[in-house]
Design a protein around this ligand. Structure first.
Ligand SMILES: C[S@@+](CC[C@H](N)C(=O)[O-])C[C@H]1O[C@@H](n2cnc3c(N)ncnc32)[C@H](O)[C@@H]1O
Length: 330
């Protein structure tokens, strides 16, 4: 059997990244397969399904079984297949409850030591909300933030329609914010954000005051609170962010005016407020209506460049937009 020194590191890293990125769209050439000896397979298993992180927070059984099956099918004609591939395939096939939650582990900078773990579903709508999965715009916005951490350093950030919290958690972990307030209108979503904060920032101490769940550590705080754009009267006056962010929140024409009202309210509270909204443009008309509504409310915007994924993988081929919005100061 070959020694560890002979492992094809580049291929190993690619297969590990594909696994974490949920990517089944890859081909293995015969030359590659010939390098996937027992030690290679052991290294792959150790970095993925055998890792403590994945044992504690298992990924979707459906994806894991498809991925393992694909590797096994490629290996079988050419290599002795590691026993753990078969046992892990059985485990994942017994864990196919796709209506429920599983965990996704997002690699930052393709580094298996720098991971944001998110409990989420793979379904677009669950319990009447789109907020229980991570959307592409969340990956784009987080990637852009990680490339511009100085914008967020020591700032009080508030996220609108945070969903399960990937963007807010990534920025909290890696951009040295003073505080980050996750907001959404759905109770299941807010409960899941709290769980995701506990997973990723376990050293933060949790307390709940007046319906706001707070996680505190070394002068920094993460807050989770209900904010429905349709019921702005409930917004406490002491919520005054420096920066407002939102990912994939421009999709329903009926909430564009309430959404712009929220942005305007925060602009009134802080005349230096900066707002960053990342969108996947699925419907040109809806997006144009959003821009028009911003204009009608005297909210100026610039379109920021968002070309390539840098530290977080996202689909560069989609129609997208990152807006920076400011109040027009009179
Ligand atoms: C498509 S999801 C995006 C979630 C997350 N930002 C992401 O990109 O992964 C839209 C989010 O907006 C929230 N939302 C929709 N209408 C809302 C409203 N009226 N007030 C507050 N949040 C709302 C939903 O609950 C959901 O979490």
């Amino acid at each position: 059997m070959s020694s560890k020194g002979e492992i094809n590191d580049l291929l190993l890293r690619q297969l590990i990244q594909n696994f974490y990125n949920g990517n089944l769209n890859f081909c293995l050439q015969t030359d590659d397969i010939n390098t996937m000896n027992w030690d290679f397979q052991q290294a792959f298993l150790d970095a993925t399904v055998n890792s403590e992180l994945l044992k504690k927070y298992p990924i979707s059984g459906k994806f894991a079984s498809l991925y393992l099956k694909k590797i096994i099918q490629n290996l079988e004609p050419n290599q002795e297949v590691h026993d753990d591939f078969y046992s892990q395939l059985c485990t994942s096939m017994n864990n196919l409850n796709e209506d429920g939650f599983s965990y996704r582990h997002y690699l930052i900078g393709n580094d298996t030591n720098n991971i944001v773990t998110i409990k989420e579903t793979r379904n677009m709508v669950v319990n009447g909300t789109t907020g229980l999965k991570t959307w592409e715009a969340a990956l784009m916005l987080s990637d852009w933030a990680l490339s511009n951490p100085e914008i967020f350093a020591n700032k009080n950030v508030l996220e609108l329609g945070s969903g399960v919290g990937f963007t807010g958690i990534t920025i909290s972990k890696l951009c040295n914010v003073k505080s980050l307030t996750f907001t959404d209108c759905h109770n299941d979503v807010l409960k899941t954000v709290c769980e995701n904060i506990e997973i990723n920032l376990p050293h933060y101490k949790q307390e709940t005051i007046h319906g706001v769940t707070m996680f505190k550590n070394a002068g920094k705080s993460l807050n989770v609170m209900m904010l429905d754009w349709n019921t702005l009267d409930d917004l406490p006056e002491n919520v005054v962010p420096d920066i407002v962010i939102g990912a994939d929140i421009v999709y329903d024409p009926s909430i564009l005016i309430p959404l712009c009202n929220v942005i305007k309210t925060f602009c009134f509270r802080n005349k230096h407020l900066e707002v960053y909204i990342a969108s996947v443009i699925r419907n040109e008309e809806t997006f144009s209506l959003f821009l028009k509504t911003l204009g009608n409310m005297d909210l100026e915007f610039d379109k920021l460049q968002l070309n390539k994924s840098v530290l977080i993988n996202w689909d560069e081929s989609i129609d997208k937009c990152l807006l920076k919005i400011n109040a027009r100061l009179k």
